[in-house]
Design a protein around this ligand. Sequence first.
Ligand code: GLC
Length: 728
Amino acid sequence: MTPEEKLGQLTMFPGASGQTGPAVPPAADSAVRAGAIGSFLSIYSVRDTRRLQEIAMQSRLKIPLLFAFDVIHGWRTVFPVPLGMAATFDSAAAARAARIAAVEASAAGVHWTFAPMVDIARDPRWGRIVEGAGEDPFLGSVMAAAQVRGFQGEPAMLGGAAPPSTDVLLATPKHFAGYGFAEAGRDYNTVELTERTLWDVVLPPFEAAIRAGAATIMASFNEIGGTPAHGSRWLLQDVLRDRWRFGGLVVSDWTGVAELIPHGLGDSATVAARAIRAGVDIEMSSTLYRNTLAAEIRAGRVPQAAVDSAVVRVLRAKHALGLFDDPYRFSDSARERRVLLTAEHRRAAREIARNAIVLLENRASGAAPTLPLRRTLRSLAVIGPLADDPKSALGNWWGAGKPEDVVSPLAGLRRALPNARITHVRGAPADTMDTTGFAAARATARTADAVVLVLGERQDMSAEASSRASIELPGAQLALARAVLRAARAANPSKPVVTVLLNGRPLAVQWLADSMPALVESWFLGVEHGNALADVLLGDADPGGRLPVTVPRATGQVPIYYNHKNTGRPAAESNHYTSKYIDLPWTPLYPFGFGRSYATFAYSDLQLPAEGRTADSLVVSVTVANTSQRAGDEVVQLYVRDDAASVTRPVRELKGFQRVTLGAGERRTVRFTLRPAHLAFTALDLRRVVEPGSFTVWAGGSSAATLEGRFRLSGDTVVVAPAPPAYR
Ligand code: GLC
């Protein structure tokens, strides 16, 4: 290979945004023919992928191309956004959705998805909180591994003897690392993290994804304490390759290599040399590698081996997919026609979407709870700017999803209540203070038998480059909610009024929580949003979703998360001089893991050994009973606290969860195994250890669980992992 051909393999070009979607950029054909491009992102039609492969076969070396796309939560069958998927607390659901996405996208010629996004996020001002699994590293790790297995199938992609079937995608845990800790929740902003937070909170989901066999990984835009990830040999070599033995591909995030210039690390040649030496294999979208590295190698500032090892990893990925044998094996129009948006895929999307819905409030309206709504309703007012917004229901990163495929909340309710007179009034836009629609909203709220308000954020108010300085309801929506509730209850004090939220981040909805008869969190649920919502609102499905993120009372509380430290002055009402506010409670509006059900559950009989050894595992069991007259879903959660250790430890951490469906009156004993890896933490010397001492355990339906037990570990401190290379 010539130097130019080698650097071509390290260059990924983006598709150009065309009228009907991403199109092939004009310069692509000649660059492919010259061997100057090795992969594309955002080009995915069978026609375009086949045509570009044909051109690659005309190049001197006939190296096939890789095609990548952000298949984040579905392809043509769009599933709940990842934050909603996390609310299912069901890793099998996450794996199933990823598997279906791989089956669909691979038929269009896509080989590689830039997912799962595994960034832990504690700041809902950050728009990309929607793309991950929330604030908890245990839940995040389980969801990350499940998605990798779903996308890649089994066995691990780059180790398999024979090329995998063609319904798989290379997975890419991203963004490595710490991106979710952007200061002030402002996207792309500086990150300051201690090594202990890196190892105990940020890195576990990445390690879990790699243990699950992830074939590639994407570097993050941010710096960590002075070193941008794209220039961090500590992250990309010491941690990723040396400690985790990762053998796959590292791809830049967009122009992350070129962004080392504004980060202040030097000119084009300097930063390209920095990135390739740090371990970024493929440069996406910018072309510093192709333009400068040949000269950098000749000048002796970049070892040839740095380029060659990256090229080998690219070629190995192409070989693992069988593309050298048959470059066209993925692009299959006949298969594409068979697999896109099938009835079975829609059923899966509806079931998973139902399970992502979180019931936050369900007060009485008259003699009965507000929800489920009666099927005998003669009339229903559906009010709000998001009720008939199919694009928002798709969420962000909608893949090949189409608004016309979506069942909106309004459409879902119409289908579920064919005999009711359903009136829809937007009432207010999602984002402006225009209140001219209030009168019509009040009028229909007065006359209808029940009201469903659909409020929240449009899908373009979260995800990338969409941080908000306030996490309150945008525009005049809160005023609309007040006006509608007042009008509805003036006409009938027992009228059911339900507020459904569509949103990509936790919203500080204190007034809704205090005042609404019923409040439902529905995230962005994808193509089956409306049907899933109707299933829950009418009682055909029980709302078993639980919060994967803490919901603040106000923006000013942020960052607020359940697995916080106790501090030397933990908040106490009785003591002014403790860690709290003078103008707001210090507690969240809703805690991590919270959600109600139409059923009710009771916990008892928490069983665990009083004593154990630091090197051993121990089994914890708890009995959960459905104390209601109807079946329901519950997520049984196990939390643990290391009561005293050589460094401060969180007040509690999730160490197990299991979603169960219990029939009326049914009881079930749920068992969890706590292994040393569950109790390990990063000690003063940065080794991962389990120390002897006492531990407290809680089991229940949220991070506020009160059923408590204790055990004591004796024995020596156990080293679960040696100290990592010191951060640099
Ligand atoms: C974007 C995102 C990243 C995505 C990539 C390709 O900037 O940060 O998540 O995979 O570019 O679209």
